[in-house]
Design a protein. Structure first.
Length: 367
């Protein structure tokens, strides 16, 4: 891989020191699949020295059906970049980890591949997108019961309060109006919970994600996001997504509203789209992986969620807001799950920003 040094260019030794300083494993394979470089993190990840990795290869530590070996083979065969999202890796002799995998061909060296991994914590061994769906749907029975048992009495209470208001004095009228206001608030809460009880298959069709996001932006800029800067960083060549337009509008309105509240007056919201070729998610309890190449991110400059709440962001009745119901993100997770997608929360320190990342499958004719 040696190349002629340009004036002022860093030396090969310096570049190796830089790669060795990276916290994630990095390996380079030649056209024959031989490991030609492994950084320090890769040696620790595979529990083998760079020399042994070169001599024995990954087949010495990974089973033949490992998804990592499969991604390497796909990338080598198609000479294209591939990625695996939250892939569960098992090792020969026991042990397993969950990692994001990226495999990229080196254009100037035909057949050579660069492999990068990012380990995930042990708490993510359970596939998050299935956890989110399960958490969201766990409230279905409660919602159905409340809708049936509460909404009818609420109508009676409101009607009685309105009748009392006609013959009440000023203080009595104020109290009856308060009753009506609170009844309306409870009814609105129950209506939101009823969204979880609809388990019918959604009607979906190919949709332009940018038209959906543009509609959401117009609503936001003329309402709750006035005074904030909304930036769009879009990949204009994205193919259609198989979606229910109204449901996705609901999802992104919720996320952008949350971002606006977190960023505060004068803050900034960024909405990005990208095509992540080869991104696949492993399904829990199955060797199959679903392709989710469309990525949409809603990013804000707010402080983010408290660390102790990060693993519970998409569970019902969990909220960081003083007056929040804790149903917004749970409903978002349900709708994205119903679309066959994944939603994740991420927090970056430099620059400080909060990211909600959604991965969606494409419309069948676009794949």
């Amino acid at each position: 891989m040696a190349r002629r040094s340009q004036p002022g260019a860093p030396s090969v030794e310096l570049l190796q020191d830089i790669v060795n300083a990276l916290p994630g494993p990095v390996l380079c394979f030649d056209a024959e699949g031989v490991v030609r470089f492994a950084n320090t993190a890769a040696e620790a990840f595979f529990n083998m020295s760079a020399r042994l990795l070169e001599e024995r290869g990954l087949t010495h530590v990974l089973p033949a059906d490992s998804p990592l070996l499969g991604l390497l083979e796909e990338a080598r065969r198609q000479q294209s970049s591939f990625a695996g999202h939250a892939v569960e890796l098992g090792f020969i002799g026991g042990g397993q980890v969950v990692a994001d995998i990226s495999v990229t061909p080196l254009a100037e060296h035909p057949g050579w591949l660069l492999l990068m991994l990012q380990s995930r914590s042990i708490t993510q061994l359970i596939d998050r997108h299935l956890t989110h769906q399960g958490a969201a749907r766990s409230v279905v029975g409660v919602a159905a019961m409340l809708a049936h048992e509460i909404k009818n009495p609420l109508s009676g209470i409101r009607g009685a309060a309105q009748l009392l208001e006609d013959g009440a004095d000023e203080m009595g009228q104020e109290l009856t109006r308060l009753i009506c206001t609170e009844v309306d608030r409870i009814r609105a809460l129950v209506d939101r919970m009823e969204s979880f009880t609809d388990t019918r298959p959604m009607e979906r069709r190919p949709e332009n994600i940018h038209q959906i996001l543009g509609h959401v932006r117009r609503i936001a800029e003329n309402g709750f996001a006035k005074g904030l800067t909304i930036r769009e960083l879009y990949d204009p060549s994205l193919p259609p997504v198989l979606a229910n337009r109204d449901r996705l509008v609901q999802v992104f309105l919720n996320l952008v509203k949350n971002a606006a509240e977190a960023a505060g007056e004068g803050g900034e919201i960024t909405i990005t789209t990208a095509y992540r070729h080869g991104v696949k998610v492993a399904l829990r309890g199955s060797s199959s992986r679903i392709s989710l190449p469309m990525e949409i991110c809603v990013i804000d400059s707010g402080p983010g969620a408290p660390p102790e709440m990060v693993d519970h962001m998409f569970e019902p009745f969990v909220s960081t807001k003083t007056n929040g119901t804790g149903l917004g993100l749970a409903l978002v997770a349900k709708v994205i799950g119903d679309h066959g997608g994944v939603i994740e929360y991420d927090r970056q320190a430099e620059p400080p920003r909060t990211i909600f990342r959604i991965l969606l499958p494409l419309a069948p004719d676009s794949q």
